[in-house]
Design a protein around this ligand. Structure first.
Ligand SMILES: Cc1cc2nc3c(=O)[nH]c(=O)nc-3n(C[C@H](O)[C@H](O)[C@H](O)COP(=O)(O)OP(=O)(O)OC[C@H]3O[C@@H](n4cnc5c(N)ncnc54)[C@H](O)[C@@H]3O)c2cc1C
Length: 418
């Protein structure tokens, strides 16, 4: 007898977990939006270990309009080379390439995973325009803004950083539902690759079919400024440009409009922000397309990820800032792990041991990414500042060596036997 599972949120985590779970269980996804994948869109990397999991499940790289990541470039604010790391993710890491794509494209492919008859099990039911306003974790019941209610043997909170499900797991008295601000925002814009063709100082980014990746432009190490520019490929024909700085006058707009994204920032405002510190040909990239300002937030990784019949995955349990580029990867790993652990579960089962196992398998990894992300953004807590920083090599080793939950369980068994 399959479980009846209600997933709150049809983002990356919600659709991935629905795709995995539908093989054994009946799944309904409640998504507040209309699955218009162009809203809140941005470029992201799906690193090899997470992409390996998706590929094994039937996700196709050819549906992602993606490029394979081959390089990481560290450059000065004048675009002078500091360090270039060249790797072939297809061979060296995780068993699959690291892909650079757009969130919208990935979500659209994950919707296929959750709903197409090509995959095992009954398609998940996706209910759009269903904003979850309350979750009763003990009863396994969910209410939506339009007055509907849904009951399940299990509720999965995959509703992102502002999770309504997290409030049910942690308690409603957690200030700001646990969300932390860091007086940091990033301006995001996208530019067609043609713009940089012929620009000799950016030529290394012009042919993503042969080399693609992310460039990070740094101010001198003694600079106290939070400013930082990044450029990375999102497809074979597009780059994303991202500029970090402090919130300044935007803090009030985020607060009064109760939003984390301010659309259509005037290019002059952004160019002025960065032109004193970064070379003109980099800053000029903000002059071509719409620029949005994103408030940078995270949460301290939750101690407990479940209560009663409700469990959290993805940003709902462990939202991190984008600095290390691993939030989505953790989310995909969560989805694979939870679905695997629930494979044989029946409605009459006590799910507590499964949810406890899930939390204990995933929590330290999420904390590790949070720590590294805050180090990279220079927004560590006083506690974390006392710890030895995580080196890029160590971070890469830990992240890329993950091979899915079955492997993690075997590793755990062999460690405890030793
Ligand atoms: C600018 C930027 C760049 C990033 N780059 C990377 C990267 O390179 N690599 C990487 O691994 N990660 C990256 N991330 C992080 C990554 O996008 C997130 O970690 C990931 O999307 C988390 O997935 P999720 O499903 O948990 O949450 P989300 O993707 O936020 O999805 C939550 C879903 O729930 C819905 N929802 C929310 N509230 C409700 C409600 N009350 N009721 C119903 N539905 C609801 C939302 O509409 C949404 O569809 C980046 C993030 C940002 C902002």
């Amino acid at each position: 007898m399959p479980l009846k599972i209600i997933v709150c949120g049809g983002g990356i985590g919600g659709l991935t977990v629905a795709g995995y779970l539908r093989a054994e269980h009946n799944v309904t996804v409640l998504e507040r939006g209309n699955l218009d994948f162009t809203i809140n869109d941005y470029g992201l990397s799906v690193v090899s270990n997470a992409f390996n999991l998706l590929q094994k499940a039937g996700i196709k790289s050819e549906n992602l309009d993606s490029v394979v990541m081959t390089h990481l470039w560290m450059r000065s604010s004048n675009n002078d080379e500091i360090r270039t790391v060249h790797f072939d993710t297809r061979k060296e890491r995780g068993g699959a390439p690291s892909m650079m794509t757009r969130r919208a494209t990935l979500q659209s492919e994950l919707l296929r995973f959750a709903t197409s008859p090509e995959f095992p099990g009954a398609p998940a039911e996706i209910i759009q325009g269903a904003q979850v306003t309350r979750v009763d974790a003990l009863e396994g019941k969910v209410w939506t803004e339009d007055g509907r209610s849904f009951e399940g043997d299990l509720i999965i909170g995959a509703d992102g950083i502002n999770s309504a499900a997290r409030a049910a797991v942690l308690g409603h008295d957690t200030p700001l539902n646990g969300v932390k601000l860091h007086d940091l925002l990033c301006f995001i814009t996208r530019v067609p690759i043609e713009i940089i063709r012929g620009e000799s100082s950016l030529e290394y980014l012009a042919n993503p079919s042969s080399q693609a990746g992310l460039v990070s432009f740094h101010l001198p190490p003694d600079s106290k400024s939070p400013k930082r520019l990044l450029i990375y490929h999102t497809s074979s024909h597009e780059l994303q440009v991202l500029g970090y700085t402090s919130e300044q006058e935007f803090a009030q707009v985020f607060d009064t409009k109760k939003t984390a994204i301010i659309k259509d920032i005037p290019a002059k405002r952004v160019v002025d922000e960065f032109s004193t510190d970064f070379s003109k040909n980099l800053v000029d990239l903000f002059n071509h397309n719409q620029i949005d300002a994103w408030r940078i937030r995270d949460i301290d990784t939750c101690d407990t990820w479940y209560r009663g019949k409700c469990v959290l995955i993805g940003d709902a349990a462990h939202a991190v800032t984008p600095h290390a580029g691993h939030g989505c990867n953790l989310t995909i790993e969560d989805a694979e792990a939870l679905a695997y652990l629930l494979k044989d579960a029946k409605p009459s089962d006590d799910l507590k041991p499964i949810l406890e196992k899930f939390t204990s398998l995933r929590r330290e990894r999420a904390r590790f990414v949070l720590r590294r992300s805050r180090e990279m953004g220079n927004i560590q807590s006083e506690e974390d500042k006392k710890l030895e920083p995580i080196s890029p090599a160590e971070f890469s080793r830990v992240m890329h060596s993950y091979q899915g939950v079955e492997h993690a369980l075997k590793k755990e068994t062999s460690t405890s036997a030793a």
